[in-house]
Ligand binder design. Structure first.
Ligand SMILES: [Zn+2]
Length: 263
């Protein structure tokens, strides 16, 4: 072994010693040089198909996974670290566990499992990807939900608003005019009102012992396009529109981080 090679090896070892601890310590979310961590949650999956169009060929759980996967690759190309709560057509709570410790395994555990996943990944943002459906075939567009009853309510609202705006303009760039219907609070939505003791979305609301483990980071739930709208469904048959949705999500997340100072 020539001295030059030996010194190179010593240098390489020194470098490894220097780099390894800092890589291990990179768990702290806000350390310099550590990429922001994004958890995308493709809505529904497995036994829960979500909404579908009238012909049952456009199924929400399939579309959400498609958009989330493409948004993830767009975001990774931008340098973010991205995790998906599911990468296949299956439940997130597998094998089934009583995640909230209420003595039974049900749909609440399935949703809480998504929050727990984001917490375990130390995510900086949690975004649940959905498509909507309405009784009226004329209703179309994109809207978002945020929870106002969290310490980071302002960030929730900002994240949701940036996402709906970014998705709508991304669709416009793909030549599909689709309105930004803005954001609303999860408590104002009809679904939680059927659950008086927990009036929030299970994936956005605060922790409640024996029921919900809340996320520890800002989050939003976005509903893009309506599977009850023949116009929106026709658009979704085009790859360019699906790509535009993914780019819209990625762009909104980037804007959120770009406008937020590291601390
Ligand atoms: Zn949904």
């Amino acid at each position: 072994m020539r001295p030059l090679m030996l010194s190179r090896i010593v240098l390489a070892l020194c470098f490894l010693l220097l780099v390894s601890p800092s890589t291990a310590l990179a768990r702290s979310r806000h350390g310099d040089g550590v990429p922001y961590i994004v958890v995308l949650d493709p809505g529904h999956g497995g036994d829960d198909p979500g909404a579908a169009d009238s012909s049952q060929t456009m199924v929400e759980k399939v579309l959400t996974l498609d958009v989330a996967k493409h948004a993830a690759s767009d975001l990774r190309a931008m340098g973010y670290r991205v995790y998906l709560t599911r990468t296949r057509d299956q439940d997130v709570n597998v094998p089934p566990r009583d995640v909230n410790h209420d003595g039974k395994i049900d749909h609440v555990d399935e949703l809480v499992a998504r929050n727990v996943y984001a917490n375990r990944r130390h995510a900086d943002v949690f975004i649940s990807v959905h498509f909507d459906a309405s009784a009226s075939p004329d209703t179309h567009g994109t809207h978002g939900y945020y929870c106002p009853d969290r310490p980071f309510r302002g960030q929730n609202q900002r994240l949701a608003a940036l996402l709906t705006a970014s998705i709508s303009s991304s669709l416009a760039r793909a030549r599909y005019a689709s309105p930004d219907l803005g954001v609303g609070t999860d408590v104002a939505d009809i679904v939680p009102q059927t659950r008086a003791d927990y009036p929030w979305f299970l994936v956005l609301g605060p922790s409640k012992k024996g029921y919900v483990v809340g996320t520890r980071m800002p989050g939003a739930l976005i509903e893009t396009l309506y599977l009850s709208s023949p116009r929106d469904v026709a658009a979704l048959h085009h790859r360019a529109i699906m790509a535009a949705l993914a780019q819209g999500y990625a762009g909104g997340i980037k804007e959120y981080f770009d406008g937020r100072a590291r601390h």
